[in-house]
Write a protein that binds this ligand. Structure first.
Ligand code: ACO
Length: 162
């Protein structure tokens, strides 16, 4: 089992994993237009943290880091159907937080959570109260009415993964 964080960089193996992740998002996020999913997963401004087991993608999170604003926007998050509620979603989020802090230099995450995923995001430390000053994110993330805007502050020191 391994966790990787990468973007569309032209490496064949990365492309194969990104396509696998795009397919998981397509099935697990039925309200999202398929072409929108492909566009963001393959967009070079987005990164994806993925769980890989026996060279197969189990799930992942696609996000866009806004380096100057020091926050990341989570676009999609999903675990393949038969592997949900086994802890992968939590481990994935911990890897994302560690990478975003130590590699990207981010301090916060924002996401529009689906109603049925709010419980998962609360367990990952997200809140419905947005503490980040509006001028740090307004105009950067697009308003989207099919979800609830949630925020997570990344701890500056905590070891999220060992
Ligand atoms: N609602 C409430 N609680 C949840 C949910 C949920 N939908 N999913 C998981 N949890 C809880 C688990 O019970 C667990 O609680 P515990 O720690 O008290 O036992 C905790 O959250 C973590 O569970 P994991 O096993 O780590 O979660 P999982 O691997 O299933 O991943 C995820 C969670 C990503 C939401 C997965 O269930 C999934 O892919 N769901 C379908 C797609 C989806 O809804 N994605 C999010 C859409 S919003 C967006 O993408 C921005």
């Amino acid at each position: 089992l391994k966790f990787v964080c990468l973007s569309n960089d032209g490496i064949d193996q990365h492309m194969v994993w990104l396509i696998g992740l795009k397919n998981i998002f397509g099935r697990q996020l039925p309200n999202m237009p398929k072409e929108y999913i492909v566009r963001l997963v393959m967009d070079r401004n987005h990164k994806s943290v993925m769980v890989i087991r026996r060279n197969q993608v189990v799930g992942g999170i696609t996000y866009r880091p806004y380096y100057s604003q020091k926050f990341g926007e989570i676009a999609f998050c999903a675990i393949t159907a038969d592997e949900q509620v086994k802890g992968y979603g939590t481990r994935l989020m911990n890897h994302l937080k560690q990478h975003a802090r130590d590699v990207d230099g981010l301090t916060h995450f924002l996401t529009y959570a689906d109603n049925n995923a709010v419980g998962y995001f609360i367990k990952q430390g997200f809140t419905k109260e947005i503490h980040l000053e509006k001028d740090r994110w307004q105009g950067y993330i697009k308003d989207y009415d099919g979800g609830i805007l949630m925020e997570c502050k990344i701890d500056p020191k905590l070891p999220y993964v060992d």
